[in-house]
Design a protein around this ligand. Structure first.
Ligand SMILES: NC(=O)c1ccc[n+]([C@@H]2O[C@H](COP(=O)([O-])OP(=O)(O)OC[C@H]3O[C@@H](n4cnc5c(N)ncnc54)[C@H](O)[C@@H]3O)[C@@H](O)[C@H]2O)c1
Length: 250
């Protein structure tokens, strides 16, 4: 029997690399999984039980998503705030429009998710896992807006976790902080972060060498951390930040 048997999970950004791996792992562990994303393209890798068109920056979409999960599965036990966007620009290149777009998805989207997740789970129990990033702890000049948004996710996670314990809600809230995982997001940034060359393999190799474990994370390895925090295995863990970074920050 899987460790999520009988649980209902909702995963945002489910059409992406890490979201897809989380959906597959949660299903394998017995959960009913609903997932949302902007466009429900054929490129998505995982088969959720329910797919919703959901822009996490829109409050009305959150209301609709929570209602749809309630109607289809009778409630929600786990929320994974995974939708995110990256921007590889330094502070001087970053426009206010860039800044607001990154904040809207990564921080506003997570804020709304935590609020709606708590509202949906506070009468029973539950777990929320937020995808932050080590960029919120150890940054790079090219990640001005992204780093700020992910540091915000870490702070929000801790405050929300304390809110739930203070209110007596049985909801644990934690963050996962990957370094670089092998997904489309990294492909989009590798040119800037790799340092000059246009060759994707050379760039990837440079990025690999920045990790003590000499490789990027597989999305499945990040999903295992999400599973741990979402499951009862982490029953005494709330407000925490779990690094999945191949030793990068060490
Ligand atoms: N890949 C990495 O190296 C890495 C490292 C640290 C943290 N993260 C975080 O992990 C999460 C998943 O990243 P990934 O690597 O799977 O990226 P990805 O680009 O493969 O997937 C991200 C998904 O989010 C969706 N999305 C974007 N804006 C959205 C919106 N407004 N509403 C709903 N969905 C939206 C995209 O359509 C996409 O399917 C992100 O929060 C990211 O910041 C990734």
């Amino acid at each position: 029997m899987g460790c999520l048997e009988g649980r209902v999970a909702y995963v945002t950004g489910g059409a992406g690399g890490i979201g897809g791996a989380v959906i597959e792992l949660f299903r394998a562990e017995g959960a009913k999984v609903a997932a949302g994303d902007l466009g429900l393209t054929d490129g998505r890798r995982a088969a959720a039980h329910l797919w919703l068109r959901h822009d996490v920056t829109r409050e009305a979409d959150w209301q609709a998503a929570m209602s749809a999960v309630e109607a289809n599965f009778g409630g929600i036990d786990i929320l994974v705030n995974n939708a995110g966007v990256a921007l590889a620009k330094d502070l001087e290149e970053t426009t206010l429009e860039d800044w607001r777009r990154i904040m809207a998805v990564n921080l506003d989207g997570t804020f709304l998710g935590v609020r709606y997740g708590i509202a949906a789970m506070k009468a029973k129990r539950g777990a929320i896992v937020n995808l932050a990033s080590i960029a919120g702890k150890v940054s790079a000049p090219q990640l001005a807006a992204y780093a700020a948004s992910k540091a915000g996710v870490v702070g929000l996670t801790k405050s929300a976790a304390r809110h739930c314990t203070g209110k007596g809600y049985q909801i644990r809230i934690n963050a996962v902080l990957p370094s670089f995982a092998d997904t489309a997001m990294v492909d989009g940034m590798v040119e800037v972060l790799g340092g000059g060359t246009k060759d994707l393999e050379t760039l990837r190799e440079r990025l690999n060498r920045r990790h003590p474990m000499a490789r990027l994370a597989r999305p499945e390895e990040v999903a295992q951390a999400v599973l741990y925090l979402a499951s009862d295995q982490a029953s005494y863990t709330t407000g925490s930040e779990l690094l999945v970074d191949g030793g990068y920050s060490a």
